[in-house]
Ligand binder design. Structure first.
Ligand SMILES: NC(=O)c1ccc[n+]([C@@H]2O[C@H](COP(=O)([O-])OP(=O)(O)OC[C@H]3O[C@@H](n4cnc5c(N)ncnc54)[C@H](O)[C@@H]3O)[C@@H](O)[C@H]2O)c1
Ligand SMILES: O=C(O)[C@H](O)COP(=O)(O)O
Length: 569
């Protein structure tokens, strides 16, 4: 296990043991359980080229956040069976490339959450009491008591964006400090929040003006990149302080520097940056050096205890996988076992897409919530006769979470789906409908969602034909489209001339339309004024690229358009 020179293939082959490469500092507690069974090479400070050169002789790789496990590295890793992330975030690993190569990626989803939450509280108090600056100036021989008057956190309001594992721990600690806690997380359960004395709010606009401190605990994904920029910082109190122990990029660093320079907010505590270590001339470097910022070099998980936890967690999984066993936290485990594959695979794909469409259409664009809602998955026709529909349950959880986690829902599998749904306060009921509901297709899947009081029901229906699958209902609109790739969903009045205006906007932005489908209204609801909604329709456009906010804004201004949103399925 001692650090050695670059590997010698002959030595590895001779030993005939699987070989594991550890290119970062991983606690020896876990590594010990591997070194009696396998060859463990600790080689720190490898360049990308060196890693690619030596990776072909390894069967396992254990990394933290610094090693970039790119497709190039994985393509070169001819014998690789498992990549273990000794921590949570897998944004430094190309999980898709690993899946394509049949390499299992595992992580430690909970091993470092206490450490991350405690570090957040450390930054909260440091920013409130100017601890960083006080320490620096004392070391310079100064005694600046009057310049370093701080604020108390007790009785103040902490805003949390992302009430997951770390966010919830931070909330509990902050309540212990006497703070009032508000949170925004469209996928969190209001019940779980209330149990922890957290008030859930629906939008950033509700949260930001009210808080004295703001902390973000989401993954870095499309919807959280630059989530807090100039517009959001301007909504905050001038005395507010912001924290980041999640990922660099959830705050726009340029906007944050401006807000600190111009006094829109009072201070910041930053553990993570868009480049780590911060590159020369980068916003990350300027932010870390800013006098109003307390900066730490990605130390959130760097405690002895957390490092022991994550090391034991991933090394146990590495040991099991290399001797043919199963992991406990695979980021890319299958949803479906081989024997069920033929029968269920198209339905698994359909239900996953229905879940993802639900989140993007009903939650993402409309500021709704998933947490606390109930979902009914109803199987009709031939599908009703299949008793083991567990993969479909898991597929729904995966689809619902696909746009809210940095693993894009890949860490959902048949083993953990129930637990993950419970964590979010999502109830899923499966019904096998044997009685004669008249259906046009051999098998139909209906997804209904409603809140605790059985209000605000939303519906998506889908069916499989051959190997392909289609959405046959979206809310009150009868449709028929294949849910795949980037799409635009426009809710509009069903009147002549709508298509021309929309086509013009897309043409101006050089966006090609792959298909267009008009879904007509066939529900019984009345509109807000009690009027019949028969003259409404959905226009569903498959496009060749993801459309940005500018295009969506222009589309929303087209005559007769009631609402527009973009989804990627
Ligand atoms: N600095 C560190 O050393 C350190 C240590 C541990 C974790 N982390 C990072 O902390 C983050 C949170 O980790 P976790 O274990 O709590 O993850 P988690 O998956 O348990 O929680 C993330 C939460 O974010 C919510 N969310 C997703 N998109 C959102 C959006 N657009 N708006 C509001 N909420 C949204 C999810 O619903 C979820 O509740 C991750 O980015 C992780 O990598 C950093
Ligand atoms: O996602 C994580 O687990 C944290 O960011 C910790 O990263 P580290 O293992 O590099 O400290």
């Amino acid at each position: 296990m001692a650090p050695s020179a670059l590997p010698d293939d002959a030595t590895h082959a001779e030993a005939n043991k699987p070989c594991i490469l550890v290119p970062e500092k991983v606690s020896p507690d876990g590594l010990k359980m591997l070194s009696s069974l396998y060859t463990v090479d600790i080689k720190m400070g490898l360049s990308a080229e060196e890693l690619i050169k030596i990776i072909p002789s390894y069967h396992g790789l254990i990394v933290r956040s610094e090693t970039k496990v790119t497709a190039e590295v994985l393509n070169a890793a001819k014998k690789m069976r498992v990549v273990a992330r000794a921590g949570v975030g897998v944004d430094n690993i190309d999980v898709n490339a690993a899946t394509q190569q049949g390499i299992i990626v595992v992580n430690s989803p909970a091993g470092n959450i206490v450490a991350a939450a405690e570090h957040t509280i450390a930054l909260l108090l440091s920013t409130a009491r100017n601890v960083g600056r006080a320490d620096t100036t004392m070391k310079e021989g100064l005694w600046e008591r009057s310049k370093l008057v701080g604020v108390e956190v007790g009785s103040k309001t902490l805003g949390i964006i992302g009430l997951g594992k770390v966010g919830l721990k931070v909330a509990r600690m902050a309540v212990g400090l006497g703070m009032k806690v508000q949170a925004m997380d469209p996928y969190a359960s209001a019940d779980i929040a209330a149990k922890h004395s957290v008030e859930l709010v629906s939008t950033l606009e509700d949260l930001l003006p009210a808080v004295d401190f703001l902390t973000i605990h989401t993954p870095l994904i499309a919807s959280t990149l630059d989530m807090i920029g100039e517009k959001q910082l301007c909504m905050m109190k001038k005395t507010a302080r912001v924290l980041n122990v999640a990922r660099g990029g959830v705050y726009n660093e340029e906007a944050l520097i401006r807000a600190l320079d111009e006094g829109w907010i009072a201070g910041a505590g930053m553990d993570v940056f868009t480049s780590e270590p911060p590159k020369e001339n980068s916003s990350a470097l300027r932010l870390s050096k800013h006098p109003r910022v307390v900066a730490t070099p990605h130390l959130g998980a760097s405690t002895k205890e957390a490092q022991e936890n994550v090391s034991l967690d991933v090394c146990a999984q590495m040991r099991e996988i290399l001797r043919g066993g199963l992991p406990t936290a695979a980021v890319n485990a299958p949803l479906i076992l081989p024997e069920e594959y033929k029968k269920l695979q198209p339905f698994v794909k359909l239900v996953e897409k229905m879940g993802s469409l639900y989140t993007q259409h009903f939650v993402g664009s409309k500021g709704g919530m998933i947490g606390g809602r109930t979902f009914d998955l109803i199987y009709s026709g031939e599908l009703a006769n299949i008793s083991n529909t567990r993969p479909l349950f898991a597929a729904l959880v995966k689809g619902l979470m696909s746009t809210i986690s940095d693993s894009k829902g890949r860490d959902v599998n048949i083993v953990n789906a129930t637990l993950l749904a419970k964590e979010k306060g999502i109830a899923i009921n499966e019904t096998h409908l044997h009685e004669a509901k008249e259906i046009v297709y051999n098998s139909l899947v209906t997804l209904k969602s409603y809140d605790g009081a059985h209000r605000s029901e939303q519906v998506i229906e889908g069916y499989v034909s051959g190997k392909s699958f289609y959405i046959s209902r979206l809310d009150q609109f009868a449709s028929n489209f294949h849910p795949d790739g980037p799409m635009i969903i426009l809710h509009n009045y069903d009147e002549p001339g709508k298509i021309g205006g929309v086509g013009m906007v897309l043409g101006t932005h050089k966006i090609n339309i792959r298909f267009m489908h008009v879904a007509s209204y066939d529900g019984e609801d009345l509109g807000p004024e009690g009027e019949k909604r028969g003259n409404e329709a959905l226009m569903i456009l498959g496009v060749d690229v993801d459309v940005d906010k500018v295009v969506l804004c222009e589309l929303s201004k087209c005559d007769g358009v009631l609402n527009v949103n973009a989804v990627r399925l």
